[in-house]
Write a protein that binds this ligand. Structure first.
Ligand code: CMC
Length: 377
């Protein structure tokens, strides 16, 4: 048995997977062999979710059926909605989402069935419900009544409709769809690893996804997107951007939305989102935030690019959502609305050849000794 130690498991290969390929030096990302740029150009979130769950693209008939199944699973169970309504609406949306997913499990007649057939069915339900729950959380936060899903709309258009109450135009729905495609999987980040640690014990899918949500919530992972947009809004004026970042760097603070454990170059997802962020800024006749981002990006790359620190996916996802009228607090839940596809795909894949995750620690405590009775201490 190897006794090598790597802090944070950096560089450790902890599983084999046929889902997502990343070349962090060259900035390449592909799902099941298809480059992310091509999926962003030609695919839809529904088709990408199918690709991940089945490790192949669907036929037209399969895609149609998959879309219908997803749409049929959108409505929330009344009791789950009642629990959500009973919770403090201003609590962390990620914490609310984690609770709601747990509650959902109590209404599944076969929560412990982890066969691949059952997991593919549960995946459809969870992908649909993650969107409905996030939209409901977004509305309750504003003291608005949640909106029932519209089965005639696509996954993305329906999400925006349930959140805002307005049917989005095709361009807005497409931008949001691309954002979901880009975040649907990413190999082995903390959330996916956490989920598979739980899955490897043969626990139920609701425990698995709760663990993933808990990991995603942290600011070093999915929580970064909310911090980024808050920072951009706080800067507020392009004229302040460079100095703001220089001061942060001088204080050795991390700039959210930059750096990545795997990418040591520009994150390919950020490159695509940057283009959309620019487009949306032009359409909104409000380039202020995009301009601030340009200065922040240049300042950070000038200072840290040599160290391999470049924008990651979270840097531009914030402004894309901001221009779509989505509040910052919902950015991390929206990450989950997308990543649920990847989490479920990994769970199905990993359990097809399960091995309990049980690493070990290097002991650095006191040498073997003896118990000291309390009156002799
Ligand atoms: N700002 C300033 N310096 C940074 C940053 C940053 N965002 N990221 C890394 N560094 C520096 C770090 O201080 C260290 O410098 P030194 O070698 O002088 O001590 C060096 O780069 C290496 O950093 P590290 O912490 O060893 O690298 P890591 O692989 O553990 O970090 C990371 C990965 C994502 C935790 C880190 O880059 C970070 O904290 N970024 C900000 C948070 C963020 O944007 N997270 C989203 C990640 S992508 C989407 C997702 O996974 O959800």
């Amino acid at each position: 048995m190897s006794t090598e130690f790597s802090r944070g498991l950096e560089g450790v290969i902890a599983a084999e997977s046929a889902l997502t390929y990343i070349d962090g030096q060259k900035g390449i990302l592909a799902y099941v062999g298809i480059p992310i740029e091509e999926l962003a150009e030609h695919s839809t979130f529904e088709e990408t979710a199918f690709l991940l769950l089945h490790r192949r693209l669907p036929t037209r008939a399969e895609l149609q059926k998959f879309q219908e199944e997803l749409a049929s699973q959108r409505p929330l169970h009344t009791h789950v909605m009642n629990v959500l309504k009973a919770l403090p609406h201003q609590a962390s949306p990620m914490a609310l989402l984690r609770t709601a997913i747990s509650v959902l499990g109590h209404f599944d007649p076969t929560p412990d069935d982890v066969s691949s057939t059952a997991l593919r069915e549960k995946a459809i339900k969870l992908i649909s419900q993650m969107a409905t729950l996030t939209a409901a959380i977004g509305r309750l936060r504003k003291d608005q009544e949640p909106i029932a899903p519209d089965p005639t709309l696509s996954h993305s258009a329906n999400f925006l409709y349930m959140l805002t109450g307005k049917k989005p135009d095709a361009a807005a729905a497409r931008v949001f769809d691309v954002a979901l495609i880009l975040q649907a999987d990413h190999e082995f980040p903390a959330s996916t690893f956490a989920s598979l640690v739980v899955a490897s014990t043969l626990s139920d899918v609701y425990s698995v996804i709760s663990a993933a949500l808990g990991a995603l919530k942290g600011p070093l992972h999915g929580g970064a997107s909310e911090q980024v947009i808050k920072m951009i809004l706080e800067i507020g004026d392009p004229a302040r951007a460079e100095q703001y970042i220089q001061e942060k760097l001088a204080r050795h603070e991390r700039i959210m939305g930059f750096g990545h454990r795997v990418y040591k170059t520009y994150d390919p997802r950020a490159r695509i989102l940057k283009r959309y962020s620019h487009q949306l800024a032009q359409q909104a006749h409000d380039a202020r935030l995009f301009e601030i981002e340009q200065i922040v990006e240049k300042t950070v790359i000038d200072a840290l690019g040599a160290k391999g620190i470049f924008p990651n996916v979270d840097f531009y996802s914030g402004t894309v959502c901001y221009y779509l009228g989505i509040e910052p607090a919902l950015l991390t839940p929206i990450f989950a609305v997308s990543r649920i596809a990847g989490w479920m795909a990994h769970m199905i894949e990993y359990l097809s050849d399960n091995r309990l995750f049980r690493p070990t620690t290097r002991y650095v405590g006191p040498p073997l000794g003896h118990y000291i009775p309390i009156d002799q201490r």
